[in-house]
Design a protein around this ligand. Structure first.
Ligand code: ZN
Length: 492
């Protein structure tokens, strides 16, 4: 397809020049008649047909979305064999759908840059965010009443399927609603729903009294399964033994990043439609960068939810107004009776953490590493508040509760997905989770509780390279643009 000489085509030519391949793998953009992914080796143009299927309009060379196989990089050895491969060799499954939803966002950029895995960015050894298969793949493990015990299965689901599946597990009835674009959709559990419930996972003859979710942010599923094999994650091992692990993962949507996919998992709506496109975006109308990793904005992430989006908390209460729900350190918290971030927003009370609890389940060897130290404190609080929740100190025992841990993400960024510091993070997080499960057991409810462990995205090791100033390079090339998060280009 020949492109006219426009600002976007000049941007593409610049980013996909062979001199840039060390830094830039692929650039993804919207076009007049659809979408385009281009690298130095080739390009693909595609669009969404009215029935939702993907139509390829044009392909050239070895284009970057040509290999979307689901079984790539399963197991650490296989992952390491492909970790420096270009996107063309291991794009995430469902890459086309992922691009389409992304550009539905009001604040989507003109082009999204997928960094080369040779090029470390944000000074992190481990990273995620692109359409790469390793970056998109998160674990998903479930066990307990209402869950079919199938063991480790070579299957996948998507982050957008999580909320509908939890809603089904909670017994929220299916009815009429809309999809993330506001089009009528029947048989949905949430008022706005893009995802589908995973019926293979659910036992329709049994309903749990309680559903509890543990989100281990950014934990690489191969690293998690390795830890189980080494005997370092007995909590996860026990869930796999009595439940199901989706070994092809929970596939996150573009951008394969935290705020985007937490929100998607908590609502069943894609990042491009939920109102929370990413951790950060440029708001052209206001001329400001929204940054939901900034503490004061982070605790109010819920304020960005698009009209019509419903959280699992809200959907459950629509059906069961008396149900008590709780969540800790989670952005998708609207409607919860207890939420850490809601408490922080209103200066409400948060249980104090004793010195002994602060030190518990903490691998002292890594306390000199800032990322480890900070996230350990967050997770000690998250565990502590989860215990208070399950002691009934904030209300009834929760029908639905969701507890988020951050240490695995912090250590994956700091050391990469197969580092000693990440191994320590998995051991510590497993111990914190087991304490919460022990509290549920002490309350006499564990055998009536369905337990889900998941992450919001994957984590890939990046080769070390010298820093590259993309904003400066764009400026030098005469491309007038606002760059957000070193990856998202908004042409002026
Ligand atoms: Zn994350």
């Amino acid at each position: 397809m020949t492109l006219a000489d426009t600002p976007i085509s000049r941007l593409e030519s610049f980013l996909t020049d062979s001199s840039m391949t060390r830094y830039v793998d692929t650039v993804v953009m919207r076009t007049d008649d659809g979408f385009r992914a281009a690298s130095a080796d080739g390009a693909v143009d595609f669009r969404e047909a009215p029935d939702g299927s993907i139509e390829i309009l044009a392909e050239s060379g070895d284009h970057p979305l040509r290999n979307q196989a689901l079984d790539q990089g399963i197991g650490t050895e296989a992952e390491i064999a492909v970790e420096e491969a270009s996107l063309g060799e291991l794009a995430t499954p469902l890459a086309y759908e992922s691009v389409v939803q992304y550009f539905d966002a009001e604040h989507a950029p003109d082009a999204a840059v997928m960094w080369s895995p040779q090029q470390m960015f944000h000074d992190c050894v481990g990273n995620h965010g692109s359409l790469g298969g390793i970056q998109a793949r998160a674990p998903f493990i479930a066990a307990g009443p209402g869950i079919r015990p199938r063991g480790i299965v070579p299957e996948h689901l998507r982050t957008v399927d999580v909320a509908p599946t939890i809603a089904a597990l909670l017994g929220i009835p299916a009815g009429d609603g809309v999809d993330g674009r506001g089009r009528a959709r029947s048989g949905v559990r949430l008022e706005m729903q893009d995802g589908d419930e995973i019926t293979d996972l659910l036992d329709p003859d049994e309903r749990p009294d309680h559903v509890v979710v543990f989100l281990w942010d950014g934990v690489n599923p191969n690293a998690l399964h390795d830890a189980v094999d080494r005997g370092e994650a007995p909590g996860i091992a026990s869930l796999i033994e009595r439940g199901t692990s989706y070994r092809h993962g929970c596939i996150s949507a573009l951008p394969t990043a935290t705020l985007a996919n937490h929100t998607t998992q908590c609502t069943g709506v894609f990042p491009g439609r939920s109102g929370v496109l990413h951790n950060t975006w440029y708001d052209r109308n206001r001329g400001v960068h929204v940054d939901l990793l900034d503490y004061h904005q982070m605790i109010r992430a819920r304020d960005h939810l698009a009209p019509g989006v419903e959280t699992i908390h809200e959907a459950l209460k629509r059906h069961e107004p008396e149900a008590f729900t709780a969540t800790t350190y989670e952005y998708g918290d609207r409607g919860a009776d207890y939420s850490t971030y809601a408490q922080m927003t209103t200066n409400g009370p948060i249980p104090t953490l004793s010195d002994a609890d602060r030190r518990l389940h903490r691998t002292e060897d890594f306390m000199g590493v800032k990322e480890f130290r900070n996230a350990s404190i967050y997770d000690a609080h998250s565990r502590n508040e989860a215990l208070h929740v399950w002691r009934g100190e904030f209300g009834a025992l929760p029908r639905y509760s969701w507890f988020t841990f951050n240490l695995t993400d912090a250590c994956g960024h700091a050391g990469g997905p197969h580092s000693e510091i990440l191994h320590a993070a998995i051991r510590d997080t497993d111990a914190r989770m087991r304490d919460v499960l022990a509290e549920i057991e002490f309350a006499g409810k564990l055998d009536r509780t369905a337990v889900i462990v998941l992450a919001d995205h994957g984590m890939q090791r990046f080769a070390i390279a010298e820093p590259f100033d993309l904003a400066g390079a764009l400026r030098d090339a005469g491309i007038d643009a606002v760059l957000n998060d070193d990856q998202y280009v908004y042409l002026r």
